[in-house]
Design a protein around this ligand. Sequence first.
Ligand SMILES: Cc1ncc(COP(=O)(O)O)c(C=O)c1O
Length: 405
Amino acid sequence: MFQLDSHPSGRHFLQIPGPTNVPDRVLRAIDQPTIDHRGPEFARLTLEILDGIKEVFQSSGPVIIYPASGTGAWEAALVNTLSAGDRVLMFETGHFATLWRALAEKLGLVVDFVPGDWRSGVDAAVVEAKLVEDKARAIKAVLVVHNETSTGVTSRIPPIRQAIDRAGHPALLLVDTISSLGSIDYRHGEWGVDVTVGGSQKGLMLPPGLSFNAVSEKAIAASKHARLPRAYWRWDEMLTMNRQGYFPSTPATNLLYGLHEALAMLREEGLLAVFARHARHAEATRRAVRGWGLEILCRNADEHSNTLTAVMMPEGHDADAFRRAVLAQFDMSLGTGLGKLAGRVFRIGHLGFFNDLMLCGTLCGVEMGLAMQGIPHASRGVAEALACLRESAAPSGTTTQRRAA
Ligand SMILES: Cc1ncc(COP(=O)(O)O)c(C=O)c1O
């Protein structure tokens, strides 16, 4: 029989790139009595959340919240803005771009899928060339995964925006930030993104179950003419009800309590500090991987993800066997290789509710696992990461220490 929390003594290390560790503060917030979602208290909660979540997307426009996993918000972004037979431009950056493409095709969209090597991000020059070529303006949207969770590669959004503008093309820009939101700097408004797709279970430090569409005025205008069938995902009904603090159907009340608390935590730390923390832990992780003499999957230095690192297994060694051994021995979950990377990479998640010592524990588990499994490596990874953390430590300590002082 399944038993909840059957882990041995001590905390389980959940170091997959999402769902991430949920802070106790958020768990306590979720553990409150469910209230009437048509009552006045609930409206106050919703209005505060709808206001606060805009800061995380760095947007002044509305954010729609669905009780759904990220896939639901992918679908919502498409069905609200596009019509059957519309062409969309997408890039094969990895497993999630491939899944989003499949979803788009199931909806009846025609996808121009630019092939990729699963080791690099979207090339803005290709975006521009494709759009310049499209004299008939048949391409209605450019779809990009900001942070490919399967590869640890972050595509740069501003050059993509500039490429669309240089081509003078009216296509919408739709961006998936499921594994970057609240962790890597992302500016929906300033970067001119039309729909940003987000999820609760990564940088927002919540359990899975909520997902988001941050929308621009241009996207809302497009939704008035879009013809793909939609019912549950309709933005117009959501936006109308949200104005009063309510939802068209039953919202995920307790997850919203958690979101309210998570937004408070992000605000207390400060988004810039959150981004800097993620950048610092990512750099220390990369130093560790190089210290082990292993290869990072991401090819380009300016595309390294600050939320996860995908590590390539030496030839002849199975990444999943390694992960299984680490779980059995150290009670730590590492991310599996997805799609065509199955067995060839493992992924270290270093995002969300995370600090220096959690990173140290994670990297120690990996280094001990490599030794235990007889995987050829140098035992210098942890030492390199510690040096990196020491060199980059803020003189005034962590936010918690500063707050307590
Ligand atoms: C970048 C990205 N997009 C989309 C998804 C799909 O989201 P979900 O599994 O919550 O439906 C994920 C899931 O991990 C993801 O990482």
